[in-house]
Design a protein around this ligand. Structure first.
Ligand code: SAT
Ligand code: MN
Length: 577
């Protein structure tokens, strides 16, 4: 018996399914599951002519986003989870989970989903096995990971896989828990069918568990998109960027260059997660561990993200969008004219009062369908990174872009970044919170140790990438976004590449180097000079008002924040005067 078989055997004794099905990932299997889901109402067929082989799934209305307050890191010591994670001891976690899991699959089929995170055969890649009673999860895992036979082939008789147990249970938030056991690299999730809670390869494995593996093994698991940028000389650069959920990672990764005729072209390597390692050449190399995109739908249009629109024209699973009388999905921001006779995301005739699509409605689609996918997407060696970007959603404060002074200062800027909350998690929207490296909900261990790991990586990589901070979301006094965003975000990227090459003018400010107005390539962009001034401005008084919050955040860690970061804060305060 292999370890995988033993795991399935033991889990079956515990969850007591009527049937066990090992997923092979084939098209026949996928078609069979989809037919079954059409039969039981889990899926609704969309207009076959407009969107071949595409489906709508409606979640339970209480299960439409990640539930951070029900997500736990279950390390032996509380200190290892740190003050930013919910903690349960493994013993207490098991006691809490046992009644929720025991017999939970009676009358149901237990699907065994072997999957690989990372390109097949890549030294970066890792195997997981997710046990689930949700056919919807199986269909999504088939898109989001390399799933089925290929994964079992890669695993062979090895016991090196991350076991995950998932049951939708009864979907009630009172009986929901998403548990991670970093010491045994195990994931248990019950009571939710929603993406980040249920597709265990994504946030649970590729970020929370992988971040602990990365700490132990000298690499990094990060909440980052990876984009490829070709410049007129033909040189190709790769950039990663970390933004919190629903802050535009997918849009940036699929950016359409407004300067394509001049030879600037963007392609997509990943839109959500990057695994990064020091390469033999002294640079930092990255792969996208995922095989698909689980993107936010609202706001996606031919104006904002034509590559996404052209990706989701077929073989797509939509979750919690609205649908018109012809079976064509609709969402806020798709176009200006909501069609008549629309059914909202909850399946009721749309009353035009609430949102037609849920603000966190999603598309699940294979990366291979994306017109801008990079030829390096499947490269087992990944891509070398020239620059790392951090950013959040700040209506005030942060300028369009700044360059940090060095690796330690970059880590400080990332560790202290703030962002307004979004609909990707349950809870209030629009409240500024500290979201270090956009990893606050996804770091599997004490974030103070995570900051230390970041600092250490700067020494393990001989030529580390430059670190930048961006903010596309600055507003004027009338509450309007100043920067046009979307494709125009290419312009700060080009300035970054100039800086990496030792070119590009900048003004030193207290927080870092900001482009001079003349150093941004604004070819073809009609932007009033006053707006440009406003979006590049750094207000020392505003930043002074920010630092007590940073000090308070550091204080949560009981003196564990690495000294170089505390020194960065002291220096920032000094520079601010
Ligand atoms: O729900 S997911 O975690 O998969 C997406 C996100 O919140 O970033
Ligand atoms: Mn994400």
């Amino acid at each position: 018996m292999t370890e995988a078989e033993r795991f399935v055997d033991e889990t079956a004794k515990w969850l007591m399914p009527d049937r066990i099905h090992w997923c092979d990932g084939s098209e026949e299997e996928d078609a069979r599951l989809k037919a079954q889901m059409l039969g039981d109402g889990t899926l609704i067929k969309l207009n076959e002519k407009e969107l071949p082989n595409s489906y709508l799934h409606r979640s339970d209305p209480s299960d439409v986003a990640r539930t951070e307050h029900l997500t736990f890191i279950c390390s032996e010591k509380k200190e290892d989870a740190g003050p930013t994670n919910n903690w349960l001891s493994p013993k207490d976690a098991k006691a809490k989970a046992d009644p929720l899991f025991r017999g939970a699959m009676k009358g149901r089929t237990m699907y065994v989903v072997p999957y690989v995170m990372g390109p097949l055969g890549s030294p970066f890649s890792k195997v997981g096995i997710e046990i689930t009673d949700s056919a919807y999860v199986v269909a999504n895992m088939r898109i989001m990971t390399r799933m089925g036979k290929a994964a079992l082939d890669q695993l062979g008789s090895s016991d090196d896989f991350v076991p995950g147990v998932h049951s939708i249970g009864d979907l009630s938030p009172e009986r929901r828990a998403i548990m991670h056991f970093p010491e045994t690299k195990t994931i248990w999730s019950v009571g939710s069918g929603y993406g980040g809670n249920a597709l265990l390869g994504k946030k649970c494995f590729a970020l929370r568990i992988a971040s602990t593996m990365a700490r132990d093994q000298g690499w990094m698991a990060e909440h980052m998109l990876i984009l490829e940028l070709t410049v007129p000389s033909g040189e190709v650069h790769y950039i990663t960027a970390a933004f919190p959920s629903a802050c535009g990672k997918t849009n940036l990764a699929m950016l359409v260059s407004p300067l394509e005729k001049q030879g600037y072209k963007v392609r997509t390597v990943g839109d959500d997660i990057a695994w990064l390692r020091p390469g033999p050449d002294g640079r930092l190399w990255a792969v996208n561990p995922e095989a698909g995109f689980f993107g936010v739908v609202p706001g996606t249009s031919y104006d904002t993200n034509p590559n996404a629109m052209n990706t989701i024209t077929h073989d797509t699973i939509f979750t919690n969008v609205a649908v018109d009388g012809n079976g064509v999905p609709w969402w806020e921001g798709k176009d200006k004219n909501p069609p008549a006779g629309m059914i909202d995301w909850m399946g009721k005739p749309w009353d035009k009062m609430g949102k037609a699509a849920h603000p966190n409605s999603r598309f699940t689609v294979a990366a291979a369908q994306c017109p801008s996918i990079s030829p390096k997407f499947n490269d087992p060696m990944g891509v070398p990174i020239s620059a790392i970007i951090f950013g959040g959603r700040r209506s005030r404060l942060a300028p369009l872009v700044f360059e940090t002074r060095d690796w330690a200062h970059g880590v400080f800027a990332a560790a202290t970044m703030g962002s307004e909350t979004t609909a990707a998690a349950t809870g209030a929207v629009g409240v500024v919170r500290r979201d270090p490296m956009a990893m606050l909900p996804f770091c599997g261990y004490n974030m103070a140790d995570y900051f230390g790991h970041w600092l250490k990586m700067g020494t393990l990589v001989k030529s580390p990438p430059k670190i930048f901070h961006v903010n596309w979301f600055r507003q004027n006094d009338a509450g309007k976004f100043i920067w046009p965003g979307f494709g125009e975000n290419l312009r700060p990227l080009l300035w970054m590449l100039d800086r990496v090459a030792g070119k590009g003018d900048a003004v030193e400010t207290a927080i870092g180097a900001v482009p001079t107005k003349g150093s941004l390539n604004l070819d073809g962009l009609d932007m009033p000079a006053a707006d440009l001034d406003a979006v590049l401005s750094v207000d020392n008084a505003d930043w002074k008002a920010e630092t007590p919050g940073i000090r308070e955040f550091f204080a949560k860690f009981d003196g564990k924040v690495p000294k170089p970061l505390v020194a960065e804060l002291d220096n920032l305060e000094k520079r601010l005067g």
